[in-house]
Ligand binder design. Sequence first.
Ligand SMILES: *Cc1c(COP(=O)(O)O)cnc(C)c1O
Length: 457
Amino acid sequence: MTLHGHKTGFGLPPILRSATADLLTRRGAFLLEWVHRYGSPLNLIWPDALQENLAALEGTLVDSRIAHAIYYGAKVNKSPGLMQAALAAGAGIDVSSLYELRDARRLGADGARLVATGPAKTRAFHQELLDCKALISVDSPEELEDLVALLPADGGPQPILLRLQPQDQKKNRFGMPADAVIHSLARLAGENRLRFDGLHFHLSGYRWENRLAALNETAELIAEARQMGFSPTIIDIGGGLPIQYVDEAKYQAHLAAKAPEDYRTGKIPDSFYPYGGALSAADWLRELLQAEMSKGPSVARYLVREGLTLAMEPGRALADQAAISVFRILRVKALGPDTHVIFLEGSSFSACETWFASEFLIDPILVSATGAAVRSSPVRAYLAGHSCLDEDVISNRWLTFPTAPRAGDLIVYANTGGYQMDLLENEFHRHPMPARFCVTEDAEGRPNLVPDTIGEV
Ligand SMILES: *Cc1c(COP(=O)(O)O)cnc(C)c1O
């Protein structure tokens, strides 16, 4: 099928949970009213989605009878409502700044529910982590010394993990190689104010096979630590569990058909997140747990046999389906006989993959302001923010709209909760930051907005 010489039929409609699909298809008037009232872009959050994601992961762990601790990687989204939902469901929080720590504490988290896995913690952050005895993952021998220097003389045992840099991650700057882990253990042997609870790693990429390799290395170090007289209880595998944004078959068809002319830049980005992966986060975890370690039993059997708790810090995977971003179209401008640019109001640096030389490979959804489908031929356009920076582009990919988008209509990006919402957002041109609300249901089942702030949720 061609449209003015360009192929269509390789679209990437987002997978939607029913609450979102219902809002987009049947209750567009609510969205229009909310954007009218609170401005564009408008970020909407469904904290209950995070709880469903958490329950799916826990189901897998309970099936395998594995002691576990799931910490929500809070940096993925600025929403206190999502943090609150994680805590209410019994999960912990991975805080990576003083400010995330303070928010989690204000939401009622005590130190036992908190872990700090970030690589470069400030002294003030260390201090407040120590004050509440949150679990601290130590990234380097240098960090270990900084921490020791802060310990009170009579402090009770402060729990720590040591972060391993697995062998195939030598190029990144996070964690320490196995020999530095051993070295740090020797240092810990003489420091009884710190309690070595176990080992941690967090890998970039989304393959469980890499976690299996890192687990094999970790198991060796756990054995060595035991020989040195330590009693580790935790292996922490970090985050990086996947989200399925679009149907796998549609995604594969899209990738197979993609061409440079699909992009206004004339260039296909070098890499994409695996938007249409084969595994849900829970399936991914099950694959990992069932996989065989190099010395025999499955990961699940190893953990149970060794009496180890499996800790993890999923960020993106817990935010799956938990948010959408709603933009109002400011102007549709013709660029040529066949091409347009759609300017989105107030948005700079949302849905920000283009800033990482990539692309958020899901199709946005058009919500018409008039409700009536305007008869027109399909329109080909890319999406730009409202600023005067040439790079302020939300989609470099040419998008095809079956009916012509118009000023005042809404463009909705689904599933923006994981790093796609307001990661790079700022007050450029002094335009206010986007509003963010949690969506709840009123007594009549109608969607209702609650401010997503610590006082309200
Ligand atoms: C960002 C981060 C996470 C969460 O990663 P996701 O890909 O969002 O699951 C977990 N652990 C560490 C150390 C991180 O830096």
